[in-house]
Design a protein around this ligand. Structure first.
Ligand SMILES: *[C@@H]1O[C@H](CO)[C@@H](O)[C@H](O)[C@H]1NC(C)=O
Ligand SMILES: *[C@@H]1O[C@H](CO)[C@@H](O)[C@H](O)[C@H]1NC(C)=O
Ligand SMILES: *[C@@H]1O[C@H](CO)[C@@H](O)[C@H](O)[C@H]1NC(C)=O
Ligand SMILES: *[C@@H]1O[C@H](CO)[C@@H](O)[C@H](O)[C@H]1NC(C)=O
Ligand SMILES: *[C@@H]1O[C@H](CO)[C@@H](O)[C@H](O)[C@H]1NC(C)=O
Length: 441
C-alpha cells in the first residue's frame, strides 16, 4: 500500500515537473538582460533605445561565430557551393517570407539595412529618375533618407514633394487626410514617380495605415515604397494584405534581434526587370534574374544573414512572436501613460497607432536642457534613451519629447526609475515645466 502510493506520488511529481518545463514560459523582465551583452554599472542599467540599433542576444552572436568558423575552415565551399552562405540566405528568406506573409520567397533578397533597401530601389527605377520627376515623402521621413533625396536632387535634379504631418497624431486620418490633400492639389500637375513612407516611423515612432495609403497612391498610379525598418519583430507584417504594395523592406537587426547588418527587401514581381533593381554594388554580369543577382557579394562577411536563423530560434524559445510583441507593446503603453501622468505632459499618439515604442513629451520648453538631461541620463545613470527631439512650431510645437522603446528585458520599474530621474534632473537644471497646471493645486 505504502509503496504503491509512494510510486503514485513520485509519478505525479515527475509528470508535474515535465509538464511545467514544457508549458511555463521563460519569464520576461530584468532577468532577460543576461541574454544580452549589456554592461551594468553597479545595479543601474536601463536601455530604452532598442529601436535605434537593436540588440543581439549572446546566443545569436555565438551562432554567428560558428558560421565564421565554418567560413574560414572551408572557404571555397562557403563561397562557391550551395552548402555555403547561399544556404543561409535561402533558409532565412524562406522563414522571413512565411513570417511576413510573402507568397514566394523568390521575390525577396537580403540586404544590409533599410538604407540599402531604399537605395537599391530608388536609384534603379525604370526609367531612371530625372529632372522632371518628383518623389513624395512625409515630413516624418527618416533623416538619412531625406539626405538621399537631397543627393538625388543635386545629382539628377529630382524634386521632392513633402507632405507635412501634424502632431500629436489622432488616428489614421492624421496621415490619410494630408496625403489626400497633397495628391488632389499636385498629382495632376507634377510627375510623382514614387511615394515613400514608413510602416513604423522613426521620430516620433507611430504605426502608419499602410494598406489604406498604398490604395490611395495606387488610385493615382503612384508606386509605393514602404520603409519597414522598425516593423519586423515589433508589429505584425502581412505583405499580402497591403493592397499590392510595390516595395517593402525591413531590418532584422532591430526588433528581430539578428546580428547587424541584416534586412530583407521585397520587390513585387512586375517591378523585377532584367537589370534592375540592381544590388548597391554591381560586380558581376547582370544577366541573371532578380533573386540571384543579389547573392554574390564576394568576400563580404555574410554570417549576419545566417544569424537571422538563430535569432528566429531564440524568439521561438521565448514563446514566439505574439508573446514577445504583446509584452513589448503592453509595456510601451503602460510606460507612456505612466510617464505622461507623472510629467503632466502628453503622449504623441493614441494607443492604436503605438507599437513597442512610445513618444512622451518632456516637461520643459528648452531643447538644450532636454538634451543635457539625456546626456546626464547616459553619463551618470547608465540609462539610454533616444536623443531628445523637438517638433517644429508649424507641425505641432513640441519643444522636447523622448522616443522610448520597450523590450523583454525591462519591467514597469525601469519606467518608474526613468520618470523620477528626468524630473530630478529637470529640477536640478531649473527647467521643470509641466504642460498643464496640476489640477490638485
Ligand atoms: C516562386 O518563383 C520562382 C521564380 O519565378 C518560381 O520558379 C517558383 O516556382 C515560385 N514558387 C512558387 C511556390 O510559386
Ligand atoms: C547600411 O548599409 C550600407 C551598406 O553596407 C552602409 O553603407 C550604410 O552606412 C548602412 N546604413 C545604416 C543606417 O546602417
Ligand atoms: C502643390 O499644390 C499646392 C496647392 O495648390 C501648391 O501651393 C504647391 O506649390 C504645389 N506643389 C508643387 C511641388 O507643385
Ligand atoms: C535653454 O537653456 C540653455 C542652457 O541653460 C540656455 O543657454 C538658453 O538660453 C535657454 N533657452 C531658452 C529659450 O530659455
Ligand atoms: C558608473 O556610474 C557612476 C555613477 O553611478 C558614474 O560616476 C561612473 O562614471 C559610471 N562608470 C561607467 C564606466 O559608466
Amino acid at each position: 500500500m505504502f509503496t504503491i502510493s509512494f510510486v503514485a506520488v513520485l509519478l505525479l511529481t515527475i509528470t508535474k515537473i515535465t509538464a511545467s518545463t514544457i508549458t511555463d514560459p521563460i519569464p520576461f523582465g530584468n532577468e532577460r538582460l543576461n541574454d544580452f551583452f549589456f554592461v551594468k554599472n553597479g545595479t543601474i542599467f536601463h536601455q530604452f533605445n532598442h529601436g535605434a540599433y537593436g540588440g543581439t542576444p549572446k546566443i545569436v552572436v555565438a551562432s554567428q561565430y560558428t558560421y565564421v568558423e565554418q567560413m574560414e575552415s572551408s572557404i571555397d565551399a562557403w563561397m562557391n557551393r550551395a552548402t555555403g552562405y547561399r544556404q543561409c540566405i535561402t533558409s532565412a528568406k524562406q522563414r522571413l517570407s512565411t513570417m511576413m506573409n510573402i507568397k514566394n520567397a523568390s521575390d525577396t533578397v537580403l540586404v544590409d539595412n533599410a538604407s540599402e533597401g531604399i537605395n537599391v530601389i530608388i536609384r534603379n527605377l525604370d526609367p531612371p529618375l530625372g529632372p522632371s520627376d518628383y518623389i513624395l515623402d512625409l515630413s516624418i521621413a527618416y533623416g538619412p533618407f531625406k539626405g538621399l533625396y537631397q543627393w538625388l536632387g543635386s545629382r539628377y535634379g529630382v524634386k521632392v514633394l513633402e507632405v507635412p504631418i501634424q502632431w500629436p497624431v489622432t488616428g489614421p486620418a492624421s496621415f490619410i487626410d494630408p496625403i489626400t490633400a497633397a495628391l488632389k492639389a499636385n498629382a495632376s500637375t507634377i510627375k510623382i514617380r514614387a511615394a515613400i513612407f514608413s510602416h513604423v516611423s522613426a521620430y516620433p515612432a507611430v504605426i502608419l495605415p499602410v494598406k489604406e495609403l498604398v490604395e490611395l497612391f495606387h488610385q493615382y498610379n503612384i508606386p509605393v515604397i514602404v520603409d519597414g525598418a522598425h516593423a519586423l519583430g515589433n508589429i505584425e507584417i502581412n505583405v499580402e494584405d497591403m493592397s499590392d504594395v510595390d516595395y517593402y523592406f525591413t531590418n532584422t537587426h532591430k526588433w528581430l534581434y539578428s546580428s547587424k547588418s541584416s534586412a530583407i527587401l521585397y520587390v513585387r514581381r512586375d517591378h523585377q526587370h532584367l537589370y534592375v533593381p540592381a544590388p548597391a554594388v554591381v560586380d558581376s554580369a547582370m544577366t541573371e534574374d532578380f533573386e540571384t543577382r543579389f547573392i554574390w557579394t564576394g568576400t563580404r562577411d555574410r554570417t549576419a544573414y545566417c544569424a537571422i536563423l538563430s535569432a528566429l530560434d531564440y524568439r521561438q524559445s521565448l514563446g514566439g512572436e505574439e508573446r514577445i510583441m504583446k509584452y513589448n507593446h503592453d509595456l510601451a503603453q503602460y510606460g507612456g501613460q505612466y510617464l505622461s501622468r507623472l510629467w503632466e505632459t502628453k503622449i504623441l499618439s493614441p494607443e492604436n497607432l503605438q507599437s513597442s515604442m512610445t513618444n512622451v513629451q518632456v516637461p520643459t520648453n528648452n531643447l538644450t536642457i532636454c538634451q543635457m538631461v539625456v546626456g546626464q541620463l547616459y553619463n551618470t545613470y547608465n540609462t539610454m534613451v533616444s536623443g531628445a527631439s523637438s517638433i517644429a512650431p508649424e507641425l505641432g510645437d513640441i519643444p522636447c519629447y523622448l522616443r522610448l522603446s520597450a523590450q523583454i528585458y525591462q519591467e514597469q520599474n525601469d519606467w518608474h526609475v526613468l520618470g523620477a530621474l528626468v524630473l530630478k534632473l529637470l529640477k536640478e537644471f531649473n527647467s521643470y515645466m509641466p504642460e498643464k497646471k496640476p489640477s490638485r493645486f
